[in-house]
Design a protein around this ligand. Structure first.
Ligand SMILES: [Zn+2]
Length: 104
């Protein structure tokens, strides 16, 4: 789809199927004709430049990553505990069945 068509249809994005100057075949914004992929790369780069030059932002950034990792490992641990409990329950049940068979 060409940009003119996207403008006519009032679409926010369009895709010509042709690569941008950085070889992305990605959606483009109708208002600026800017490639979304380029835009993403640029904002990521700007973000990293920003936090590199700003100790406060850097601190917040690493805190966020640390929190994320902590959360992930907590979830993993919870999952592991849950599995352990399930196994304990099953073996407990089996043992009881066995005891039952023996007429205890
Ligand atoms: Zn691009």
């Amino acid at each position: 789809m060409e940009r003119s068509e996207a403008v006519e249809k009032g679409l926010e994005f369009y895709n010509t199927g042709r690569p941008c100057k950085r070889n992305h075949v990605s959606d483009r914004r109708t208002d600026s004709a800017a490639c979304e992929e380029c835009h993403k790369e640029r904002s990521k780069k700007e973000y990293h430049e920003k936090i590199r030059s700003n100790p406060e932002a850097m601190r917040r950034h690493s805190e966020r990553i640390r929190d994320l990792r902590r959360k992930q490992s907590a979830e993993l641990l919870a999952e592991k505990m849950q599995r352990k409990r399930t196994i304990a329950k099953i073996s407990d049940g089996l043992r009881r069945e066995y005891d039952g068979d023996l007429g205890r």
